[in-house]
Design a binder for this molecule. Sequence first.
Ligand SMILES: Cc1ncc(COP(=O)(O)O)c(C=O)c1O
Length: 356
Amino acid sequence: MKLFTVGPVACYPEVLEEMKRQMFSHRSKEYRELHRDTVEKMQRFLETKNQVFLVPSSGTGIMEGSVRNCVEKKMLCCVNGSFGERYVEVGESNGKIVEKLEPKLGSPITPELLEEKLSSCPDVEAVTITHNETSVGLINPLKDLARVVKKHGKLLFVDAVSAMGGTEIRVDEWKIDVCFASSQKCFGLPPGLAVGSVSEEALERSEKAKNKGWYFDFKLLEKYQKTQWSTPMTPAIPQIFALKKMLEMIEERGGKQAHFQLYRKRSEKIMKGVKELNLTLFPERGYESPTVTCVNAPPGVSGLEIYEKMRGKGFELAKGYGDIKEKTFRIGNMGYISFEDIDSMLQALEEVLKKP
Ligand SMILES: Cc1ncc(COP(=O)(O)O)c(C=O)c1O
């Protein structure tokens, strides 16, 4: 099965090879070196001096951590799909008051909308933004939104789960307080590792936070990182080896800009291909994601049917998600995918559409 999923995605063979290594203790010199090297590589990748934590969980763990460590009472969630809505649920289930900015599904969060909303709720402590809303294949203009958040002096939490590794993120320049992702998306690794940068200000809030729990306590993670180059809990050593290898491969293959360019080229090829099949895209024009293409199913055809038929031809796409489950299907381009695979996937899609 060729994977055009939205995570877990197909992994590079070199990365899988790296994960076969024999284990060692996470309190050993070998682990400290691995941890330190990987953290420093991630800091360079995200252009940040902030702490970057490597947590054995999925990305949602750090999402929950951001709420528990840094929000006392109230937060604003920007929602343009299911994962923005997840942040709302995480906030509310942790007892916070959540304001929502929610444009029509398929539309971006714009700086103007955010400015207006923030002016009407000056008492929020933090703003959450889903950089790339995987459920609808839409990328929000993070850099411009970050400027608005900082103008209002709020903490900025970025769910970069399906963006980090596939498109530019400049943590320090854009002043992002918490920015997290999961290993099984754009880095093309197996699941099990969350990566998150945490700013000094977020750590100060964490210091004062009550009832923040233990597992995602940012101050505790910082303490272990600073004193031992390790984690309080047992880390996902194979995934960390894999991440280090992937970051090295990105460097060897022309650096991160070349890597982001590869993602753009893949998604442009997919978008062009589906348009040539007379299909349309779900998100508003100009905001199409560089990592996942969300396609409207043709009239009278269910997206789920297309998904199933593509499986029959050896291609695993992704089903539509949430409210548009039936109306759309998605084509991920994260991880180990070649241009030839894209050609054959589009060919199969053409055949499926001819015989719905
Ligand atoms: C944008 C976004 N946020 C959060 C998540 C949840 O990630 P995880 O399951 O790794 O916690 C996903 C998963 O698809 C996602 O795409």
